[in-house]
Design a protein around this ligand. Structure first.
Ligand SMILES: [Zn+2]
Length: 365
């Protein structure tokens, strides 16, 4: 498993760099080509190509499909290996994208081998879909993910688990980004202040209002994290803008937040408000994961492993499949720590365990 992981990690695959991403896609594809599965490379114009591997069991009559979902892109720019080389030390594997989520891709490969070798009597087609732009919002893969999910009875997402115990992610917050733009009127701050409409003042009011929508107990967070506006100190600000991070755990709360944003009205006379954006990934509510998680837990128990669950504050492609109502279990990938940081790593000894768990889930779904 480590030899394959090394190959995947050495092929750096930043979401924003097509050439290296495509190279990594080819490396992953070549591993699958050694197996008896159909490997399709789905060419993309701007992003790395997506990869779809389909395996149809021949022994039985198949009905239905299982989707295993992952991404091979990472948040690290080309050249990051120089600062954070691939290395194995103290039972951990370090390197860009090890934890999020190349070890997950390796586990899927070995889960597949286990299924083949054990001649498990599968009755569903299995599709492994590896995409290239999860870390930047899945614009180029979203439709593909959704159409495969619609054909599937269950989706298994190989995003990293949480913490040293490897908790699965049975619910995820929905994530959005909204922009509040205020249009005011410029005027000389000394000669004709009364003729101006101060966009910065208006924006400040709106920010005070939206921060009251935060409700940590319900899992709602609203944060204006970028603001800008005005031009010079002696000019009444004509324009101001805030970019707001939105998160909610429930679909109803997501809708309410979007509605509240649309119904903001200006307080300063003469100011005009424009609101753009909203949720990009809907919340993954626990009910879409509950049955699959119960099965995973019992399968893990048969292997002598204890499996826990958690709520994730960030979104993944699991949110997309869950939003369609397809049973989705996320966080089935690597166990480790440090996603998106220089100390990103995976616990080596958990890799075969998680591969076995995935194989068992696929064999029993
Ligand atoms: Zn990821």
């Amino acid at each position: 498993m480590l030899a394959v992981l090394r190959k995947f990690v050495l092929a750096e695959s930043p979401s924003l760099e097509k050439f290296p991403a495509d190279h990594c896609c080819g490396i992953v594809a070549s591993e699958w080509s050694k197996r008896q599965a159909r490997v399709e490379r789905l060419p993309q114009m701007q992003r790395g190509d997506h990869l779809r591997i389909t395996w149809t069991p021949q022994t039985t009559r198949t009905s239905g499909q299982l989707l295993v979902l992952g991404h091979y892109d990472t948040v690290y720019a080309s050249g990051s290996l120089a600062k954070m080389p691939y290395r194995v030390s103290g039972g951990k594997v370090y390197g860009p994208g090890t934890f999020d989520m190349k070890a997950g891709l390796v586990q899927a490969l070995f889960a597949f081998d286990a299924l083949q070798q054990s001649k498990a009597p599968l009755c569903k087609r299995i599709v492994f879909l590896w995409t290239s732009d999860e870390e930047i919002g899945s614009d180029s893969s979203r439709r593909l993910i959704e159409s495969e999910a619609r054909r599937s009875d269950a989706v298994f997402v190989l995003e990293p688990s949480l913490g040293p115990r490897g908790l699965l992610k049975t619910s995820r917050k929905g994530v959005g980004e909204a922009e509040i733009i205020v249009h005011g009127r410029a005027s000389h701050a000394g000669l004709a202040p009364e003729e101006g409409v101060n966009a910065v003042h208006e924006l400040a009011r709106q920010i005070m209002r939206i921060q009251e929508w935060n409700d940590p107990r319900r899992g709602i967070s609203v944060n204006a994290n970028i603001i800008e506006g005005g031009t010079r100190t002696n000019v009444i600000a004509e324009r101001a803008r805030a970019v707001v991070d939105l998160r909610a755990l429930r679909i109803a709360d997501m809708r309410r937040l979007e509605q509240r944003l649309r119904s903001l009205r200006p307080g300063v006379h003469g100011a005009r408000l424009e609101v753009r954006g909203g949720f990009n990934r809907a919340p993954m509510e626990r009910k879409v994961s509950a049955t699959l998680f119960a099965r995973a837990k019992s399968l893990a128990a048969q292997m002598g492993l204890r499996l826990g669950e958690c709520v994730a504050g960030g979104g993944s492609d699991g949110n997309l499949t869950a939003a369609l109502g397809i049973p989705t279990l996320d966080g089935l990938g690597a166990v480790g720590d440090g996603a998106h940081s220089t100390h990103e790593h995976v616990f080596v000894k958990t890799m075969p365990q998680r591969a076995a768990l995935l194989a068992a889930l696929l064999a029993s779904s």
